[in-house]
Every structure is written in C-alpha cells, then in structure tokens.
Design a protein around this ligand. Sequence first.
Ligand SMILES: Cc1cc2nc3c(=O)[nH]c(=O)nc-3n(C[C@H](O)[C@H](O)[C@H](O)COP(=O)(O)OP(=O)(O)OC[C@H]3O[C@@H](n4cnc5c(N)ncnc54)[C@H](O)[C@@H]3O)c2cc1C
Length: 386
Amino acid sequence: MKNLIKQKVAVLGSGLTGKAIAMALLDLNIDVDLIEQTSPPKNFKSNVTLSISDASLKILQSLGMKKNKFNSWPLQKIILFDGLTKEAKPDTEFYNIDNKKFLSHIVKRNVLEKEISNKLKKVKFIKKKILSIEGKGFLKKIIFQNKKTSEYNLIIATQFSNLKLLSNEKKLNWDYSETAYTFVIHHKKLTNNCARQFFLKDGPLAFLPISNTHTSIVWSVKNKSDAEKIVLNYEARLNFLKMISVGFYEVIGCTNKLEKFDLTFAFLRRTVLSRVIFMGDITHKIHPIAGQGWNMTLRDINILVSILKEKLNKGYDIGDLGILKEYEKKTKASNLLFAMSIDLIRKAFRSQSPAISKLRKKSFSIASQPTVMNKIIDLADKGLRF
Ligand SMILES: Cc1cc2nc3c(=O)[nH]c(=O)nc-3n(C[C@H](O)[C@H](O)[C@H](O)COP(=O)(O)OP(=O)(O)OC[C@H]3O[C@@H](n4cnc5c(N)ncnc54)[C@H](O)[C@@H]3O)c2cc1C
C-alpha cells in the first residue's frame, strides 16, 4: 500500500470476527486498536468447533493464516438423515463429484482464534469500558470510562453491546427457544472424513469429525424438550449417541462438560453509518443448522478487503461513506436472503406435518441429483452474491 499517512481503525470486540478483521486491516498497512469491553472467562478450555468451507479457508489463507497452523480436519462427505433412522440409512449424501476438493474443514475455534491472535502483534489491545462515541469532523472519537479519548478514521463494531453506543436502529430478530449443546465424543479409530447430521424431532444433531478418534457434536434442542433432558444427563446422552451412531462409530465415551448457546436469529437493517461498519454475528446471527454463520462473516471480510485494496491505493479516506455504502450494497441483500434461507431450512426440518415430511423426502431426492448437488455445494462453499 502506498498511502503515506497511516489511517487508524478501532475494532470493537475481540471475538473471532474482531480478530480476523484486525488481521486483514494490518495487512493493508492500517493502524488498528482492538478494543474489548468484556472479560473472557479464565482457564476455560473450549471444545467448540466450526465448519469452514473450502472457499472460506482460502479467504483465511489470503488474510495471512497458514492452514497447517490451526489443524483443520477435512470433510469429504456430508450425510443427512431425516429423523431417527436406527439402521443409519441416509436420506441424502453430499460429496464433490470430481473428488478434487474437500467439502469443508472442521477447525477448533480456540485454536483458530489463538493463531489469529498470534498475527496481531502490531495491534494495540485496549481493555477498557467505552462511555460514548462521538462524531468529530473527519474522525470518530471514543470516550472511555476513565475519560481518556482516542480518535479514529473508522470504527468496526463486532459486539452486541456496541450497538447501543452507535445506533438505535431496530434489528430483525427472534428467539428460536432452542439451545445448542456442544461436546466431543471419543470412538474407535477409523477414517473419519464424513460429517453426519440427523434432523430429529426436537432439533438437529450433527457429528463433525476432528480426528480419526474424536468427533465434535453440535446438538440443537428445543428448550425443555425430551431431547434436552437426554443431552443434560451424561449416561442418557452417551447411550443415545451409541444407539444413533451404530453402523458408523463405536462410541467409547463423551466429554462430561457441555458448552451451551441460546439460539436466536438477528439481522441488522443498516450495517454502515457515518464512519462505522457493523460486522459478524452482530449483523447476521443465524441458526447453526447449516454451519454457515462465520462463513458469512468471512465472505463479508473478503468483500471489504477487496474494496479497501482498490480505494486506499487511490488515496481514499477509509471512513469515506461511499466506500462503506459500496460494502453494504455488496453484502446486505445477499446476506439477508442467505440468512432467511437458513431460517426456512430450519423450519422445514422442524415441522412434523406429514405434507412437509413428504416434501422433505422429495427435496432430498432432488438434492441427490448431481447438478443440483453441485449447486448446493457451491452455495454452501461460496455463499450467495448478486
Ligand atoms: C453451536 C454453534 C455452532 C456453530 N457452528 C458454526 C459452523 O460450523 N460454521 C460457521 O461458520 N459458524 C458457526 N457458528 C457461528 C459462529 O460461531 C459465529 O458466527 C462466530 O463465532 C461469531 O463470531 P463473532 O466474533 O462475530 O461474535 P462472538 O463470538 O459472539 O464475539 C463477539 C463478542 O462476544 C464476546 N465473546 C465471544 N466469545 C467470548 C469468550 N469466549 N469470552 C468472552 N467474551 C466473548 C466478545 O466480547 C466478543 O468481542 C456456530 C454457532 C453456534 C452457536
């Protein structure tokens, strides 16, 4: 980059999105302050995994991540089961017909986050509560609770608590009254490159391989349902998993500790304001049924980076509203359609109506046709852009 005066950006929130966008901005020779207002729990070793599509993995690599550093586990096949099929007879299977590409990669979230953190040596990490944010001519001024202030060309907000500070814009949001529980199972060694998802009455149960002996489980259940009772009881959980995985795993045990996530849908109507961009789950929080949430964010980051690469070379101010609007134009409508489609898929799989169930079977058979399968794989890989 040629610009002589370094522009300064404040990234609010040091979750995955905050860290990834900070890494991308550093690469564009921008000064970045990463501001965190909450304290992460101490000594907490998370087992949470993310499915990162092949195209998203390439985005991460283009942002400077070395693939071997965060040990992603490749997936060759995804098998879907409509309901509890004891004999493990799949309803449909997804795989790349030419076999040259992996469908997706399972990564441990904390390993990925640590590797991104290692790339942030030049980022100033500020752990302070923010009192208010004000416009100040060509800059935004952050006033911290200790009355100190800092000025920035642009603010990128990734924390839900930032919304109130910057906007009183209404979100499109609803509560699924569901909770996702995640943990890891240990099983007999096998070649483990196939993910499986069962669409059960009370919510989807996904098996996401992380090694030849361990598989991460994401089990979303209706609150207070029978399935939730099973998840919450160690013995019942283990027995259920042993029963449902007959035919593909010989389960030895599962982690005692569960991590839980309340599931909600949220979509922000305006993702840019004067010298402000909202990014990450704060703008589009979706159900984990298709493992697409952070893939959407990586695609957003990629779009922002490509716009900035072009504009900053021409000497633009990074907070220029024209740049921000161009980003919003290229992301918002396709993200809304994508997020609503995931919501629709969730609804279709939750419905117990015989008509919907028949339609599901029909859709599975259509999805198995090679041309349709290729289109679905491409959509899950690269998202929707128009
Ligand atoms: C069960 C489940 C499974 C998922 N599976 C996938 C998947 O397979 N593929 C995919 O692409 N997406 C998946 N997602 C979505 C993905 O996890 C989110 O999109 C992503 O984590 C959002 O990151 P974020 O930084 O925008 O928000 P957050 O992670 O919510 O971070 C925002 C802010 O929250 C706070 N915060 C977050 N974590 C901590 C912490 N540990 N301690 C303290 N503060 C914290 C920080 O203040 C942070 O700045 C899944 C989500 C769930 C709930």
